[in-house]
Ligand binder design. Sequence first.
Ligand code: RUQ
Ligand code: CUA
Length: 644
Amino acid sequence: MGFVVFAAFLFTGCPSNQRMLDSGDAAQKVYVAPGEHDEFYGFFSGGYSGQLSVWGLPSSRLLKVIPVFSQDPETGYGYSEETKPLFETSYGFIPWDDSHHPHISQTDGDADGRWIFINANNTPRIARIDLETFETKEILELPNTGGNHASSFVTSNTEYVIGATRFSIPYEKDLDVPIDSYSDEFRGALTFVDINSETGRMNLDFQVVVPPYNYDLGRAGKGASSDWVFFTTYNTEEAHTMLEVNASRNDKDFIAAINWKKAAELVREGHGRTMDAEYYHNYYEGKQGYAVSTVGDEVMVLDTREIDENFIYYLPTPKSPHGVDIDPTGEYIVGGGKLATIIPVHSFSRMLEAIENQDYDEVIDGIPVLNYDSTIIGEVENPGLGPLHTEFDGRGYAYTSVYISSEIVKWSLETFEVVDRIDSYYSIGHLMITGGDTRNPDAQYMVGLTKTAKDRYLPTGPKQNHPAQLYDISGDRMELLLDFPTIGEPHYAQAIRADKIKDNVAQIYEMEENDHPDALLRIADNRVERRGNNVHVYMGSTRSHFRPDNIEGIKLGDTVYVHLTNLEQEWDVVHGIAIKGAQNSEILVAPGQTKTITWTPTRTGIYPFYCTAFCSALHQEMQGYIRVSEAGSDVELTWKTGTN
Ligand code: RUQ
Ligand code: CUA
């Protein structure tokens, strides 16, 4: 009957109990003086915007939006020739996605600030963003996956990034079968992507074929449990229609516990088999240049129905669990049963005992189902309605977001009793504690990521931006500090102490290291080259001119490639270029960087172009002209800047 409860509470309106510090004290706590820096970087997923936004905490100032899965006309990302290959998939060029869970790379269970991974939920992919340049460097597609939601969580030493299919689908590629053959033909897939520890490069190592449930969220273990990963399931009913009712019948679904070390060993020992698959893997080979798209054509799978050795177990968990979260010690496995009346807490050591004793209720497709009473160590009573996600403060407390009753509950990992609760505005999804998913949380602040703003800000039409609330959790009671609108729909977010990142951030691209094949390394080498109908412009920018700035001899039927190198070597001195009537976007080029935009003129005439970034006192003078003539015209290809 959970869905009835759910519907009933959805419209009951606002929580009434706003607790915050005296507003002067709260302001003091979030105040970062002009010119001063925040203590933490916060990385917020963009949800349906497909991007990742970067915030300074506690001031909650927006620092940047990093484009990841969606085209971005501000930077030319996804429009430039360098970045377009990143969007190639087995479904073609996909310029959008729905990103949910950013996860910072880890060393020894602590965030290390090297890379951040984020999943695409719609067309199943994982992206890697380099935190030296804050740019997306790689996107990997996952085969056999429908909705890569339980992703992209890393293991304690970033050995693996995990993913899982939210929708079970036929495992065989493009299999055309009746939807009601669900239980026979559809399967789930858990994906293990291994990470090169030097470069961060992703590699699709193997997948585990599992029963056709919905795999919702995942987390890697920590400390004692760091060889394990955990995924929640719902729809163990195997419904394929009206899931709202049909997937809410069972009292318990499962958390799947997978020993990834063992699974990887089984693969190395030859227990897997390869299957045909098609998936794209897009990345940069050098520091700069064009991203390359490669296509994988097979995947290694471990099918639990074919393998005698056990490496995966199901932990029965009430009821349609959403989040699964592991405390800093690695001992507690917390489910977020969105229709459950309690928060179930499993014990990792009891789980190992139950495995040892073969304390199985049943075996499903080769997967032992452990006995609930053997693994459970606590049930948190009165957690509110609709618990979803939990993070930890490292001082013995857990904090769970509760969607339907729109609140955060703080509870003890010793007594499993609720010790504090505070409202959220409104309908909270994830919450995030600074360092709260690591072995050593920096638990000063907590951010609640809520779904609806309604009356919280000045109205901006029928759709308001999604809010976030910043709480101080350094004391016994949670205190609300700030409430601010965000970008896209942040599902999860992560925060890391700024000093783990800030000194490694690049200020320029070193010209000496510019390995772009079409870079203009010396401004004097600026030129235009015709190759058949393709015309390549090798252009340079410095304050306050482009070279060349007058180009003639372009003809209808030509495609023009403008390779713009920004020869500045000073932090934050950016130039851009925009051409009248260009069908794609401008490009914004950082110091020492080369970017390429293509343009196919459709009419003859004179086309102005100009710098899009206010770069200098004479920025408005930073402009030029391109002359476009008839296809058969005999205008010669020439280029110049007035003085050369
Ligand atoms: S989800 S609001 Cu896409 Cu992580 Cu739970
Ligand atoms: Cu360069 Cu404005």
